[in-house]
Ligand binder design. Structure first.
Ligand code: GCV
Length: 845
């Protein structure tokens, strides 16, 4: 028996040596960047000097230090195959010591400790402790110890040297939070990865193991707070029966140093609290908040505080009683103050019923107009949470001027990990380069040299509680954010909140190596895809600061250019036959440019100095206006959409070079997304380009727009069962028309091929509606060449920009006279609709 076992092991070893690809583990993505993959012998060898005796200095049982110790065990076991001998006092041999600075000092009063550490900071060093050579992982507080452990195991996973290590790291800012927009019934507003891990059907899922897993992931990159429910807050979350369940979540979070907070609805004292008012200056209302807060803290002594969205997008707020945001924030802050709680009051306050005909109206001005006059009136446990741009997470916006304008008030920047306007995790869009531009931008708020990152670290205006918040919206899907590459944004956000000096490149490479391994080819390929993906997305959606050109009154996903106009939402781009862009200058426009400090305002005020990529955010120009690049605006629109779509297609090819180098599951899931993205980028490209061609009458110098020589419109084919329909808006389908199968039978569209015989790629542009799973089959000369089901779960309810998708079948031999037939079978609302097919001759031999 033993012999048989040994033989099998030998065989397995030979197999693994001959076919290393076959041993790549299937991965679900649930471990995120904490996979702790086993290191190769040579890399592991360099950690042989890390001691095997472990002394954890927790006087009483400390949940945080226990987590730190357990994490160390897990990571060493998985990456290095090593375990520790636990010591209860310093052994007569080198030891790895875990503990706070205070506990180290207690152990060895003579120890040389760093003096520069701030809360949550950590120290990793080889140092002498009571005359022993030790390896210390220490923290300014217990959370710092945990962060130190995660930093150490990250270094090991990345194969970094620990020789002579003596490293102190402090966080750039004390506030490093995430927000979830989860609703009590279990959906997530702008969530694209399944249902809530916190709520279902009005109940709190307090013992869901995913909550602990999420908290651990957050802690591993230094996130110290999590707000779990939608800022469009359901007041019932504050109901008394929910407190024990919230307390259970807080208990879980506590193990990982993550503070719990919740969004509250300012009208709660009236809507659910039994009062007849929610006026923040009414003493009964103040008392109501005090009682609520006291009850919360009785259940959760380290509760973080509240997030408030008020007077915005239909949420009631202090304006109802002619009170200010400061009145509202302060009444809650005063209830929280005795318990050390904080209020995040969101600056996302604007009127969504603006008169679009008034050219002076401008939603971009709202945050500054509402909050700047109140600077200094907010209590010191209020933090104003400010979206990074003045509109709403568009593909390109200038930095919000409010970030530089609050000098006597705490502030946190709000970023969005969930890709609401950025492809909703169906598209690859790594946002770190965008955030880096924001953080590095000098607002000249303090005369000179005040980049956003320094304002956020509290340095510029000497604020103690500034920092970072990101809307994340992980969901129940195993890999948290659905697209296998999307967690790079959560990782990168947290790494920047910890240290905004890190480069995008370093973050991309770290994340790639931790998630997919250290193979240089994998690391180079994925990180270069990540790094270019924001510009790619921007170029096939809304370049030149036009904003995303998406369906802003609907899904915020596919193209819908006119949806921005002629309504009160204020995401106007003002495109008409003669020109495009919002004039936000002081001289002739809305005056928004004047909200910046003079050196910045001067740049944006003038057409000549405004950078091309923000031109149309600040100015209205004719389509023939010549950019700094030398191109006209309209030609730039055409070129950028074609280039963007080409780059999206190139991601598919880059990814295909990784086959066998990463596990099959991640490989295929990512390939599917990238293939879809490249097809949707074409839908975007054509919608925007054809629209501007029609509007301006100016043709594309490249001769591409409006000319699709390989394209055959579905409505021009011979139809059986299919009906031609007009698509609205027209630009969201080629030729403004599609065909759909409204019958309960197989429908078909066919043609007889009369072109040059040869090997072709057949691209079929079709429409995938969320409700229903239509089926398609493609036949050439009676032979089945491809079939698929339209089940991508796009946010699409009708034929158009949201649902447009592409299926490609390469290398099909087609002869003159062959019949090409597409069959469609509808299901529920998905009527197997088709837009066109394209036949591209394969010119490679
Ligand atoms: C939670 C945008 C989103 C809303 C979101 C809002 C906000 O308008 O589309 O879904 O609401 O921002 O940030 O409050």
């Amino acid at each position: 028996m033993l012999k048989r076992f040994a033989f099998a092991t030998l065989l397995a070893a030979i197999f693994a040596a001959l076919f290393p690809l076959a041993i790549l583990r299937a991965e679900t993505g649930s471990a995120a960047w904490l996979r702790y993959a086993k290191l190769d012998e040579k890399t592991a060898q360099q950690y042989a000097g890390v001691p095997s005796a472990l002394l954890a200095l927790n006087r009483q049982s400390s949940p945080l230090l226990n987590s730190a110790r357990d994490e160390l065990f897990l990571a060493f076991k998985n990456t290095l195959g090593r375990t520790f001998r636990v010591a209860h006092q310093l052994p007569q041999e080198p030891a790895l010591i875990l503990g706070t600075l205070d506990s180290l000092r207690e152990l060895d009063p003579g120890i040389d400790l760093p003096t520069s550490m701030t809360p949550d900071g950590f120290w990793i060093a080889r140092v002498r402790v009571l005359n022993q050579n030790c390896f210390v992982v220490s923290g300014q507080n217990e959370r710092g110890v945990l962060y130190g452990v995660f930093a150490l195991v990250r270094k090991i996973s990345l194969g970094e040297s620990l020789e002579n290590i003596n490293e102190v790291q402090n966080p750039s800012a004390p506030i490093r939070w995430v927000n979830q927009w989860d609703n009590l019934e279990g959906s997530i507003e702008r969530g694209y990865a399944g249902r809530s891990i916190f709520f279902d059907n009005g109940k709190i899922l307090s013992s869901n193991p995913r909550i602990a897993a999420y908290a651990r992931i957050l802690a591993s990159v230094g996130i110290n707070g999590c707000n779990i429910n939608n800022v469009n807050a359901n007041p019932h979350l504050l109901d008394d029966e929910n407190l024990p369940h919230l307390a259970e979540i807080a208990n879980t979070f506590r193990l990982w140093g993550v503070q719990l907070s919740i969004s509250v609805n300012l009208s709660s004292p009236k809507t659910t609290g039994g009062l007849d008012t929610f006026d923040p200056l009414d003493p009964q209302v103040a008392k109501w908040w005090r009682n609520k807060v006291d009850a919360l803290y009785a259940a959760i002594p380290d509760f973080g505080g509240f997030v408030v969205k008020a007077d915005s997008e239909g949420q009631l707020g202090p304006s109802f009683y002619h009170r200010s945001p400061a009145d509202a924030a302060d009444v809650i802050a005063r209830a929280l103050k005795p318990h050390h709680g904080i209020v995040f009051y969101r600056a996302f306050v604007y009127d969504h019923h603006l008169d679009w005909r008034n050219l002076k109206n401008d939603r971009a001005k709202a945050a500054f107009d509402n909050f700047h006059p109140l600077d200094g009136q907010f209590d010191d446990n209020v933090i104003i949470q400010i979206k990074h741009g003045p509109i709403d997470f568009q593909a390109r916006e200038p930095v919000s001027p409010l970030l530089g304008a609050l000098q006597k008030t705490n502030e946190a920047i709000e970023l969005q990990v969930t890709q609401e306007y950025m492809g909703q995790q169906h598209h690859l869009c790594f946002l770190i380069p965008m955030w880096k531009e924001v953080l590095d931008f000098d607002l000249h708020a303090d005369g000179s040299n005040s980049p956003v990152k320094e304002i956020l670290s509290g340095k510029t205006f000497h604020r103690a509680s500034n920092g970072y918040v990101a809307v994340v919206n992980v969901g129940f899907e195993e890999n948290w954010l659905s697209h296998p590459l999307a967690m790079s944004n959560l990782y990168g956000y947290a790494r920047l909140a910890w240290n905004p000096e890190l480069s995008s490149d370093q973050i991309a490479r770290e994340w790639t190596a931790l998630t997919f391994g250290r193979d240089p080819k994998v690391r180079d390929t994925i990180s270069s895809m990540l790094l270019s993906s924001w510009h790619t997305y921007e170029s096939y959606t809304g370049p030149l600061g036009m904003q995303t050109l998406t369906d802003i009154t609907g899904s915020h996903y596919g193209p819908n250019i006119e949806s921005s106009e002629e309504n009160g939402w204020g995401q106007w781009h003002r495109a008409d036959a003669k020109g495009v862009g919002m004039d936000r200058s002081v001289a002739t426009g809305t005056g928004f440019a004047g909200q910046y400090s003079p050196p910045v305002a001067k740049i944006y005020e003038s057409l000549e100095t405004t950078p091309d990529d923000l031109l149309l955010f600040f100015h209205h120009v004719p389509y023939t206006y010549v950019l700094h690049s030398g191109k006209t605006v309209v030609q730039h629109i055409y070129d950028s959409h074609y280039e963007g779509a080409e780059r999206a297609a190139a991601y598919v090819q880059s990814w295909q070079t990784l086959k066998g180098k990463i596990d099959d599951e991640s490989y295929s899931a990512t390939l599917d997304r990238l293939q879809y993205q490249s097809g949707h980028a074409i839908a975007w490209r054509d919608a925007i380009c054809e629209y501007f061609l029609k509007l301006t009458g100016i043709s594309d110098k490249g001769g591409r727009v409006g000319h699709h020589p390989n394209r055959i419109e579905a409505e021009s084919m011979q139809l059986s069962g299919y009906t031609a329909v007009d698509v609205t808006p027209w630009e969201n389908a080629s030729g403004g028309k599609a065909i759909e199968c409204l019958l309960l039978q197989v429908c078909s569209a066919k043609l007889v091929f009369e072109g040059v015989p040869g090997k072709y790629k057949i691209d079929i542009q079709y429409f995938d509606i969320k409700s229903g799973e239509a089926k398609y089959r493609v036949f050439v000369a009676g032979k089945l060449m491809g079939e698929w089901t339209a089940n991508m779960q796009l946010p699409a309810t009708k034929i158009g920009g949201d649902s447009s998708a592409r299926h490609s079948i390469p290398d099909i031999m087609i002869k003159k006279g062959d019949e090409i037939r597409i069959e469609g079978i509808s299901d529920k609302d998905d009527h197997a609709a088709l837009d066109y097919i394209e036949l591209s001759l394969n010119l490679q031999r």
